[in-house]
Design a protein around this ligand. Sequence first.
Ligand code: ADP
Ligand code: MG
Length: 605
Amino acid sequence: MPVIQIMPESLSNRIAAGEVVQRPASVVKELIENSLDAKATEIVIQIEDGGRELIRVADNGEGMERDDLLLAFEQHATSKLFDIEDLTAIKTLGFRGEALASIASVSRVDARTCNNETGEGFRLLINGGKVDRLEGAAMKRGTSITVRNLFFNIPARKKFLKSANSEYRHIVEIVRRFALARPHIRFHLTANEKDVYILPPEDLSSRLNRIFSKRLTENCITVYEEEPPLVLKGFIGTRELVRRKSGEQYLYVNGRLVTDRMMNSAVYSAFGGHLDKGEFPFFVLFLTLPSAEVDVNVHPAKTEVKFRSEWQIYQFVRRSCEQAIRDWTGESMENSQSGKLNDRDFFSGERPVHVTAPPRLEGEQLSFSEKVERDKPFQGIEKTSFSAANLSLDERIRRFEKSITEGVPDETHPLLTERNFWQAHGRYIFTQISSGVVVIDQRAAHTRILYDRAIKALEQASSSASQQLLFPITLELSPDDYSILLEIVPSLEKLGFSMREFGRHSILIESIPVDLQWLEEGKVVLQILDDYKNSRRLHNPVSEKIALAYAERAAVRRGEELTPAEMQRLTDELFQTENPYLSPSGKPVIIRFTLNELDRRFERN
Ligand code: ADP
Ligand code: MG
């Protein structure tokens, strides 16, 4: 039987204390966590007036003894953590001994508990933190905590509560998040005495079916990846479920519901170029890892964690999701009659997947069934347009051909031999064409070439050619920059950078794109990162932002001397781009003077 103790100050000082009770939903969260920690298999949640009037969480867990019931409401009283060392191996959701004390100090609490089968339990009444009464009470084994009139003694906080409806939605969302994490536990939620959820014990996929719409569950694919000691499992939604609003990302680390920007971006990156900034896919993902690898003591509400090796987790999550998408699209391909289907199905959300309920795996903590059967009705319709990025590939080729035939006279090319090039002021390249002379801005031309190459590289699945650095470069970043860098690492890798984690918030650049011969390699990554940060609010696709940042940073500078061979190559490559006349930022690249024009200027007609 757990025994509650008040933790010594030396320990309480080291746990991330803070405002636990912010709104009714936070009370619900803490009470459900306590019920789960008490090994309940059934949790009943009742709320009235969005939780502002009443919140009751009742469970069939192990209950408390009389003295523990009294102690439970003291500051820093817990049965779960006695030593800071224990924190690295914490298995319970709670560990601070703060929640009940905080809740009781701002409401009227009626707590009842019984830890045996005799039917004799105890009831404790607390008013604004002051114990009112402790008495015997008849009840079954378990604990029921009723919280009335939240913030009745702090009018300023009470004023900040949102409408009953909005608080209600927060509570439903919290219950939903727990219900997903613990599908084998029975949850019953009522609001103003009306049933909201009645969820019998089941496996994850049937719980998913019960909680979400049919459309949603039909558009999910399974993720299951094990790379001991890491395991990732769950579901991700197809492109069909992508929304312009976040909020449908359900992340759990060792069964604890968390929000984690790094993990989110790992999942997003698995979508490749099929997700724009400001678009959010649906997912429910459970990451399991050794508890020593993750610090849960970083946020007062325990909703954030810190990974010891963020980089490794990031790569693992991303790989697992990519694999899931590949597996699924691979199967679709096998099942297709034309054999022509590809990942468009996933990214277009064209072909529904049914998540059905397989038998429950006994004794599994998250009750997740690894192999969820998927029913893949073949539709045989290949969608040809599904994202702007992909659409434009054909379009680009078409435009390229058009620009060549319409723009540059055909006779241009044959005349471009090395001896025809002349560089002025380290900036402009002059060359002769059959109809006259052209002047090329060397930097603008190179930017155009690199931009096109980058866009193509980002659309491809594999990485571009890279050159190994003789002396790898270390970059030390701020935690913020580091997490933004994680977002763009997949893109940088496609461009030909290869990098790895090197200590906390540092990376080691081991190779760089072959194009990058003009400048300091380390700085370019920082500059791309800066440009990317600055362009984050822009609405164009991520790939365009990165391609532009890369091209501008890697392009030959003004003032750089070029050999005739280099000038020729630059010009040749320029004419193979989508639009040789305009730089990616819209400035002219080439100016043409026709012979007629020159003759006219020299008054030769
Ligand atoms: P923490 O969960 O961090 O320990 P709380 O203030 O939430 O702190 O709870 C204090 C203690 O009260 C817990 O450690 C636990 O022993 C006991 N307790 C709280 N809720 C329950 C419950 N529903 N069933 C059994 N014991 C409980
Ligand atoms: Mg708790």
